[in-house]
Design a protein around this ligand. Structure first.
Ligand SMILES: *Cc1c(COP(=O)(O)O)cnc(C)c1O
Length: 418
């Protein structure tokens, strides 16, 4: 490739069909935000919507809001709105609880659907909370089950007739590598096992096709590529064909068939509603509602196309500008413009001084993040990033490396949140 210049990227910005979306986000002046994979930027409609919920709904309608403002219906209503982003149908998604809790609920339901089988199969590179929740569930169930963890490229081969559930995060949080969901799901089904997909780094980042892949269960969060704000409500998916046999253990009153009968015996609701446990957190739900207004206006194919272009450019520019500095690409070089996807919407480089370089970049207004032991992670959110942001980020990296400012003592001390 010939040498890229900033003018090349200015031309790409000028011709970018997604460029108008940037205006719908609040972004501080002078910041290049490449951490939307960890906490998405705030859509401008969110404060307005939350404010309206507080003043016009809660403030004026008080308890009447549960019906008048549709608060009680939000978990399933927003589930239906979110469903097309992950290839689910109506009545298959609920927006409830947190990703970890939903994983626990559905993993438990899935194990109960495969009573003769002992193994939860996962991969060693999985996000730790998924493995921890599985360990907690196994202990709770009396230790009859086992968590088997294999390297990600051995998962499909490791599925056997003792595998109850294949539990995977589709997009590797460190490298951005993506499992072939259709392929792994087919291998699981061929062996009689179920699949549970964690889509934390997939939903909103690229097109996901749960039903097209015949996935059984899935969970995901809303505060990464869906921009619902810190700790925003998570979601879960149960394929329609499993809904009457999938029994989750957190049998709270709002998953009851008739909660306001206040009966003494739990009786599960029909459909996806039995996956609900508690009173919905309406403040978080309306923030997600306003955030979804933005994402649902975008064509996910265009989002994917731009995400791949941003990631490819970032790789090319880091190699062009910082090629001599010892940064090693650990993300797949090929992203994929159609399934199977190879790389999600992030690019990671390993560098022995990774933590300090990321801190020095943040001080210069280029926000990425760091993952142990040496991973510098940069997320691409096509709705609010410009091609020139990629240029500016790499220019800042070059400046940090040239000046050696990352060697300063203040960039070496690990913060409690990285
Ligand atoms: C971010 C993330 C989570 C977050 O779980 P919480 O319960 O919301 O804290 C879970 N799984 C994966 C794979 C993640 O990337």
């Amino acid at each position: 490739m010939s040498r890229l210049t900033r003018a090349d990227l200015e031309r790409l910005d000028a011709g970018d069909p997604l460029a108008p979306f940037r205006d719908r986000f609040a972004l501080p002046e002078g910041v290049v935000y490449l951490d939307g994979n960890s906490l998405g930027a705030m859509p401008k409609g969110v404060p307005e919507r939350v404010h309206a919920m507080l003043t016009r709904e809660w403030g004026e309608h008080l308890i009447g809001g549960w019906l008048k403002d549709g608060w009680m219906a939000k978990p399933l209503e927003l589930g239906d709105r979110l469903a097309p982003l992950v290839g689910a149908g109506p009545g298959e998604v609920a927006v409830v609880d947190t990703t970890s809790i939903n994983l626990f609920k559905l993993l438990s339901a899935a194990l109960a659907m495969r009573p003769g089988r002992r193994v939860i199969l996962s991969n060693a590179e999985n996000f730790p909370t998924d493995l921890y929740m599985a360990q907690g569930l196994i202990a709770q169930l009396g230790g009859r089950h086992a968590l088997r963890v294999v390297p990600e490229d051995e998962v499909a081969r490791a599925i056997d007739d003792d595998t109850a559930v294949v539990m995977l995060t589709e997009t590797n949080f460190k490298t951005g590598a993506v499992f072939d969901m259709a392929d792994v799901t087919a291998a699981a089904h061929a062996a009689g096992a179920l699949t549970l997909w964690d889509l934390a780094h997939s939903a909103g980042a690229f097109p996901v096709d749960l039903n097209g892949c015949r996935a059984d269960f899935a969970v995901g969060c809303s505060y990464k590529y869906l921009n619902a704000g810190p700790g925003g409500p998570a979601w879960l998916f149960v394929a329609a064909r499993h809904q009457e046999v999938a029994h989750q253990p957190l049998t709270g009153w709002l998953g009851h068939a008739s909660p306001f009968d206040f009966a003494l015996e739990y009786r599960p609701a029909e459909g996806i509603r039995r996956q609900v446990c508690s009173s919905p957190g309406v403040l978080g739900l309306v923030a997600l509602e306003a955030a979804l207004d933005v994402t649902l206006d975008a064509d996910m194919t265009a989002v994917r196309r731009k995400s791949v272009a941003l990631g490819d450019l970032f790789i090319a520019l880091v190699e062009q500008e910082c090629g001599d500095a010892g940064a090693r690409l650990i993300s797949p070089r090929e992203a994929g413009l159609s399934p199977p996807w190879r790389r999600g919407s992030q690019v990671s480089f390993a560098h022995p001084d990774g933590y300090a370089i990321v801190q020095a970049l943040i001080a210069r207004g280029v926000v990425g993040d760091f993952r142990d032991p040496d991973v510098m992670r940069f997320g691409f959110a096509p709705l609010y990033q410009r091609y020139t942001d990629v240029w500016d980020a790499v220019a800042a990296m070059r400046a940090v490396l040239d000046s050696g400012e990352h060697r300063a003592e203040r960039y070496r001390v690990r913060a409690s949140v990285t």
